[in-house]
Design a protein around this ligand. Structure first.
Ligand SMILES: [Zn+2]
Length: 158
């Protein structure tokens, strides 16, 4: 299904601060939900982001999408971090929703768990688990924060 590029909500839009609702898995096969995933994918690719969370396009639902090198994005529905490492690492992050007055992305340093395990449902409703390190672990933590109404600027260390 061909997706539409959606406008990205910009901080301080209040939708970015809402805790998103879990997706009703019974709706995964509806054309509306499939279109919504296609829209998220099209928007992520157009903006060339590492990841995108549904609230960033104004949908308060627990869905995130992560870009991959092979161009087949990874969709995570109702993602939950089930394990996180003690160890944290600092790294630079930016966000499509956090821009300066000229619309340029602002970057800052945030500490994230080095490794995490994340449980989620795929678009077919299959329960899955992913172990992520380093960059992917960081992107997942950033996007999962979004569906809890949290932005990276809330925990800047530099
Ligand atoms: Zn973001």
């Amino acid at each position: 299904m061909k997706g539409e590029i959606k406008p990205i909500l910009i901080h301080p839009n209040p939708i970015l601060r809402q805790v998103s609702e879990p997706v009703d898995l019974a709706l995964l096969n509806t054309p509306e939900f499939k279109k919504f995933l296609a829209d998220m994918d099209a928007t992520l690719k157009e903006k060339d982001g590492a990841g995108l969370a549904a609230p960033q396009i104004g949908v308060s639902q627990r869905v995130i999408v992560i870009g991959k090198r092979d161009n087949k994005s990874l969709f995570l529905i109702n993602p939950q971090i089930t394990r996180k490492s003690w160890g944290k690492i600092a790294g630079e992050e930016g966000c499509l929703s956090v821009v300066d007055s000229r619309g340029k992305i602002i970057y800052g340093v945030v500490e994230r768990h080095k490794n995490i395990t994340c449980q989620y449902y795929d678009p077919q409703g299959k329960k899955k688990k992913i172990q992520a390190d380093d960059h992917l672990a960081r992107v997942l933590q950033h996007e999962i924060d979004h569906i809890n109404g949290i932005l990276f600027i809330d925990h800047l260390i530099a």
